[in-house]
Write a protein that binds this ligand. Structure first.
Ligand code: ZN
Length: 272
């Protein structure tokens, strides 16, 4: 089995401030369990969380995890636009670097929203000093995906390294089985199969809420009643599932990038 890299997208997913603020405590508890399991990985944090919860972010860093940026806000890149993206990302990157007292190398777009409509982003990320991105889901997906993008690590023309989400063929679909809702609800034998067959550059992704069975339920208008219920499925077993895949793995995204070396293929968008 390859060593799958653990990643967490640290975000405040509540619809508004009236819902209980649970993600900081959930994240601390998760970090405790990861430490017991010998896991060190990469945490991509939203700029607003860096602003509102700097102590939490500093605690994540103190445990040895790499910190990357998960957008200045949790807005899909096509809705942000290049001008705002440049200024807001620069500001959030600076704030994060100050809180963790270390440079920031990695970026993950909210909801895998690095798509043809936001293909301006890699050049801006390179200008700002990012080394790598893990923002592309190279398959068709109900929310955001880039079918036709490489499934192996590559470079954007600007030089930025991209480590796309690993995808797995399930029937006619290619899905990111090692992450979020897929990882929570797919049958365990399927998850074990995916973890076993995962490529060397594989990472799994998760969010604090994935580990929070006690959170009150609300309706997410964008995914409807059933979709909303699914958002709460499998949360109780998520920690065990994640630990079973990444136990004793201390490889962070930046280590994975370093191991790739310099001669990655360049992806020209016109090729799609
Ligand atoms: Zn996110």
């Amino acid at each position: 089995m390859s060593a799958v890299v653990f990643t967490l997208d640290l975000e405040d997913h509540r619809p508004d401030d009236s819902a209980e603020l649970r993600f900081p405590a959930v994240t601390d508890a998760l970090l405790d369990d990861l430490e017991k399991a010998g896991v060190i990985g990469t945490v991509f944090v939203v700029g607003e969380v860096v602003r509102d919860q700097p102590d939490l972010v500093a605690r994540v860093a103190a445990r040895g995890h790499e910190l990357g940026l998960h957008g200045a806000t949790h807005t899909p890149l096509p809705d942000v636009g290049p001008d705002t993206f440049r200024t807001a990302t620069a500001e959030a990157m600076d704030r994060l670097a100050q809180v963790i007292q270390a440079p920031v190398a990695g970026f993950r777009a909210p909801i895998f929203s690095l798509v043809p409509d936001s293909a301006w982003a890699p050049e801006i990320l390179t200008d700002l000093g990012f080394t790598y991105s893990s923002s592309v889901l190279p398959a068709r997906n109900p929310l955001y995906g880039w079918p036709g993008a490489p499934t192996e690590p590559f470079r954007w023309p600007s030089g930025l390294v991209e480590i796309p989400s690993p995808i797995f063929g399930v029937g006619p679909a290619n899905v990111p089985l090692l992450g979020g809702v897929y990882l929570r609800v797919a049958p365990m034998p399927l998850i074990r199969w995916a973890a076993k067959k995962a490529p060397d550059h594989a990472w799994l992704y998760s969010h604090p809420y994935d580990f929070d069975p006690g959170e009150e339920r609300w309706l997410l208008p964008e995914v409807g009643r059933l979709g909303s219920r699914v958002m709460w499925w499998g949360r109780k077993g998520m920690k065990d599932r994640v630990v079973s895949i990444v136990k004793d793995t201390d490889r962070r995204m930046i280590d994975l990038v370093s191991a790739l070396g310099d001669d990655l293929p360049v992806f020209e968008m016109a090729a799609t």
